[in-house]
Design a protein. Structure first.
Length: 230
């Protein structure tokens, strides 16, 4: 996609409108869209903001700092939130703290302890691991309540849960995971249930998602991973 500001803003706004239409057709009400701007230039963040986005999602610590650190310093405070939704390395928490408003994808106690130390009162989402996917990111669903309790006891604000659907089997393959995560969020009294991306957002909305994380459907194909700053 061109990075000409006026064209970029117009295209992203049109695509965001199309995403909201998809949500509505799936029966969603009050579902928010988190534009995922990882690997895209800073213009993507501003285009999402100009289209009405209150936050953007980023995945790589060094990219966040390179892309948005200077923007924050030049204006003292960005007019939109930055949500870190990638795998969180504890040694990167300090560099992210001045920029990030919410840490998603928290899935282990070491992250909770580091966040409590470096970012007291931080808002978090706990990522739930897809069943049958040991070794992949996420906290096993049976261990989520204990991790939430530990986070709360450490002074963090657990806003809710996050889930990533399986990479194989098509959108429908995500339904059991999304259903389980929604039920657990309800059981724990958590407000946010962040599930669904460009390919499976309809399934997520049908199963009770309150937030979908959208990148490709807004900004197009991502640059080759080897070009990214992580």
């Amino acid at each position: 996609m061109t990075t000409d500001p006026s064209t970029y803003d117009t295209v992203v706004a049109e695509r965001l409108h199309a995403v909201h239409e998809r949500i509505a057709r799936a029966g969603g009400s009050g579902v928010t869209v988190l534009p995922v701007t990882k690997s895209f230039p800073v213009e993507a963040c501003w285009a999402a903001y100009h289209a009405g986005g209150a936050a953007v999602g980023e995945n790589y610590a060094q990219e966040v700092v390179a892309k948005l650190g200077a923007e924050r310093l030049s204006s003292e405070r960005l007019p939109f939130e930055v949500h870190f939704i990638g795998q969180l390395q504890t040694n990167k928490v300090r560099m992210l703290a001045p920029i990030v408003s919410l840490f998603g994808a928290v899935d282990r106690l070491s992250q909770v302890r580091e966040l409590a130390k470096r970012v007291p009162g931080a808002r978090i989402l706990v990522q739930v691991q897809a069943p049958g996917s040991p070794g992949k990111a996420g906290c096993p669903i049976a261990e989520v309540p204990a991790l939430i309790e530990s986070a709360t006891s450490a002074g963090l604000m657990a806003d809710g849960l996050m889930a990533v659907g399986p990479t194989e089997g098509g959108p429908e393959a995500a339904r059991p995971l999304f259903r389980s995560v929604r039920a657990l969020a309800t059981q724990l009294g958590l407000a946010t249930c962040s599930m669904g991306m460009s390919d499976d957002l309809e399934i997520a909305v049908q199963e009770g998602s309150t937030q979908v994380r959208i990148g490709t459907a807004l900004f197009g194909r991502r640059p080759h991973p080897e070009t990214l700053v992580r």
